[in-house]
Structures are given as structure tokens and as C-alpha cells.
Design a protein. Structure first.
Length: 429
């Protein structure tokens, strides 16, 4: 995953957040509890406590309001309005942009009301942003998010307010769960959570900016991490994210989408139509049907083409002959082997296993890269000096047999390649 792109989108996401503060601030219009007689819900019987309450919630400045509420909670730690005051405190600290104190107030609120969605939403959001790869913080945020998703409507909250609150909270909860799953490399779980998040946005424009845009991109990346890759969905969400990404990350995201589209489709024709669809649709519409490229030829097909395309098989390169022997049909392999069997050649390679009587070499480039022998040289006479593993050597030997699985070419009567005779300088008499 491109860290520069993620950082760019993350900065863009956090700079455009407007919904979260509303979750914590929506406490300013609560009706004051009745004094003395029952109001039908909560009653503050002590006049001094009632006065302290009305003084605190009546403050217009967020800082003054927070200070007054803290004083009230210190003086009346077991007040019947403790939960209400803690909710007001979360709102005041949020309005004052004091994240540490808002977090503290939200956690105190959860002690009183463990399922309080406003507190859960704030804590989950902040913990996810502060995690910076800390899996412990992501786990905690995801656990609280699951609690928030499972909470029910408070009896005192109207259906309209609860619907409004859920519309803000649900994407935040699902995003935290997705981030936690991604950190644990549970990409299928992350995909489910990201999908749930995007579907929870009530306004499609919320996925064109902020966290919705970032997580659209991360959803595309998650589809590239599952095994096997889901390229159709990866291409869609990466292309969608590119259409709304800020300038500093747009080109990189689109290049990634183009790369996988070309890999899947075998060309770039039709990609402009995909961009048009992605601009207009969050989820893939029915007419998004990229056509996969034809499957590449099999190794057996490639081997057959090599045999058919070579007029004189004796002139075929040794590595090509090896490929046909390992991958071709019996007929093609035997045609090539007929030009090799009993022939004596100098075989260069990297030593994989060596004894005085036999040396196994990695000859082809693939064999050398994987350090896996593909030739065995059986010596005519025991070697006086056994080569070290990893050394590059050349032996002269005669082709004797081969196997396709595992691929191995065996030679006999091997011996060191004779050193070239030194040149003799003519002397003048």
C-alpha cells in the first residue's frame, strides 16, 4: 500500500470532518430537571444543587461551561443528573477543541452509561486516529465500536434523534472495525466492515471527501490483499477514490487502478467508461462488467510452439531445450531429447550439491534464482577437488537421461573442463 497516498488522504479526511463534533455537542438544548416536584423524568430536590445545575448549563462559553460542570460534579458526585451533566461536559470540551479532556469526560460517561453512543462514537473515532499502527489501540477502538453497533435506543431519546445519531456513529464504528481487521491482516473482515461503512452514509457525497473517501481507497486496497485477489472490485473502488482524491494523491491512485485494469483486461480500452461510472456510482452498477483478458498460454503450449517454430532442433538453446523437456508433451520432449541423448557438451552452472562422484548444478536462470538444481553431472572418475556450494563451475559430460517431475537432466562421464592451452610466443632466432 502506498503510504504517501494514505497520508495524503488521511490529512484530507481529518481536515474535512464536521459530523463528529455534532455527536458530542448535541446536549445544549436539554430541558432542565424540575426542582422540588417531579417533572415526569428527573427531579432535583436540593435547591442549592438545582441552582448549581442551572448555572452550569446556562454558561455560554464552552470553557466556562466545562469548568462549571466540573465544579458541579465535584460537589455533587452522586447527583441524579450525573449522566446528563457528563454528556453536557463532553459537548463543552468538544466545542472547546480540547481532545484529552473530551476523551476523559467520555470515558467517565461510559462508567455511568456503558452503552452511551455519543461517548462511544467520540472515543472510537479518536482512538482510531491516534492508533498510528498500534494494534492494541485499534483492538480497543474496535471492541467499543462493536458495543456501539449493538446498543439500543435510550428510552429518553426520540426516534428522530436516535436515527440522526446512528447515521453519524455507524460509519465511524465500521471504519474502526475495518482498520482493526486490516491491522490483523483479516482482509475479508475488513472488506465487510468497509462495505458496511460506505452503505451507512446517508448522503453519497460523504464518500467523496473525508473518511468516506479514505476508506473507499482502503477498500480497494483490501480487495488486492485477499487471496486470490478480487481485481474487479479492487479496480472499481480504486477508480472511484481517484475521481474525488485531492490533487497530491489523485494521479497515484489512478495509476494503480490503471495498472490492475490493464493486468485484468489485457489493455486500457474501456477504462474511460469505468471512470465515468465510478464518478456517478458508489457501488458497482450492473453495467460494470470488465472483460478479463484471455488466459495466457500454458507451459505445454509454449513448449509446443518452440518446437514447431524451430526448423533445426539441434540449434535450439540449451535453456529452451530444458524448458521443453520439463513442460512439453511426451512427443515434443522426445523430439528435443533425440538431439541431446548421447551428445557431449560443456555445462556451466552454480553448485547446489557436490560430492567427488556427482555434482548437482543450477543451470537455468530460474534454477539459480531459486537455488534449485536442474542438472546432475555424474563423474567418470572421482573429482580430486570437490567444488564448494555456490561456486560457478563448468563440466564436460554426456547427456544420459531426464525426468519431467521433478525436472532434472542427468549427464554421465563428467569431468572438469580442460583449461585452454597457454599461447606460445614465437622467439626470434
Amino acid at each position: 500500500m502506498n503510504k504517501v497516498v494514505v497520508a495524503s488522504l488521511l490529512a484530507f479526511a481529518t481536515s474535512t470532518l464536521a459530523a463528529l463534533p455534532a455527536v458530542a455537542q448535541d446536549q445544549t438544548t436539554a430541558a432542565a430537571p424540575a426542582q422540588g416536584a417531579s417533572s415526569g423524568q428527573i427531579t432535583i430536590k436540593d435547591p442549592a444543587e438545582y441552582n448549581a445545575y442551572t448555572n452550569a448549563i446556562g454558561q455560554s462559553s464552552p470553557a466556562a461551561k466545562a469548568q462549571a460542570i466540573e465544579a458541579f460534579l465535584t460537589q455533587y458526585p452522586n447527583s441524579v443528573v450525573k449522566q446528563d451533566m457528563l454528556e453536557q461536559l463532553v459537548g463543552a470540551y468538544t466545542q472547546a477543541n480540547d481532545t484529552p479532556k473530551t476523551m476523559d469526560a467520555a470515558r467517565r460517561l461510559l462508567v455511568v452509561d456503558p452503552s452511551n453512543m455519543r461517548a462511544l462514537t467520540y472515543i472510537v473515532y479518536v482512538e482510531k486516529q491516534q492508533a498510528q499502527g498500534d494494534q492494541g489501540k485499534l483492538d480497543d477502538a474496535a471492541s467499543l465500536a462493536q458495543k456501539g453497533l449493538g446498543s439500543s435506543k435510550p428510552a429518553a431519546m426520540s426516534d428522530a434523534d436516535y436515527t440522526k445519531l446512528k447515521a453519524v456513529a455507524t460509519p465511524i464504528f465500521e471504519s474502526a472495525i475495518a482498520a482493526d481487521d486490516t491491522g490483523k491482516k483479516d482482509y475479508k473482515g475488513a472488506i465487510d466492515a468497509y462495505q458496511a461503512e460506505l452503505k451507512a452514509y446517508t448522503d453519497p457525497t460523504q464518500t467523496q471527501t473525508g473518511p468516506g473517501l479514505l476508506d473507499t481507497y482502503l477498500l480497494g486496497q483490501a480487495y488486492l490483499q485477499v487471496d486470490p485477489k478480487d481485481l474487479v472490485n479492487a479496480i472499481w473502488y480504486l477508480t472511484r477514490a481517484a475521481q474525488f482524491a485531492p490533487a497530491q494523491s489523485k494521479d497515484q491512485i489512478e495509476k494503480t487502478a490503471e495498472y490492475w485494469y490493464n493486468k485484468y483486461h489485457g489493455g486500457m480500452d474501456g477504462f474511460d467508461q469505468v471512470k465515468t461510472l465510478a464518478m456517478a456510482n458508489l457501488m458497482p452498477p450492473p453495467d460494470y462488467k470488465p472483460v478479463p483478458a484471455p488466459p495466457p498460454p500454458s507451459p505445454a503450449d509454449l513448449a509446443h510452439k518452440a518446437v514447431e517454430g524451430t526448423a533445426n532442433l539441434k540449434t535450439m538453446a540449451l535453456t529452451d531445450k530444458e524448458f521443453v523437456l520439463a513442460n512439453g508433451s511426451t512427443e515434443d520432449a522426445e523430439k528435443v531429447w533425440a538431439t541431446m541423448n548421447g551428445q557431449t557438451f560443456a555445462i556451466p552452472g552454480k553448485v547446489v550439491v557436490a560430492t567427488a562422484d556427482s555434482v548437482q548444478l543450477a543451470v537455468s536462470e530460474d534454477a539459480q534464482q531459486s537455488n534449485k538444481a536442474d542438472f546432475t553431472i555424474n563423474m567418470k572418475e572421482p573429482l580430486k577437488t570437490v567444488p564448494t556450494v555456490g561456486a560457478t563451475v563448468t563440466y564436460v559430460a554426456t547427456f544420459d537421461s531426464y525426468t519431467q517431475n521433478p525436472p532434472m537432466i542427468v549427464l554421465k562421464d563428467g569431468g572438469p573442463k580442460a583449461a585452454a592451452a597457454p599461447a606460445h610466443r614465437a622467439t626470434r632466432r
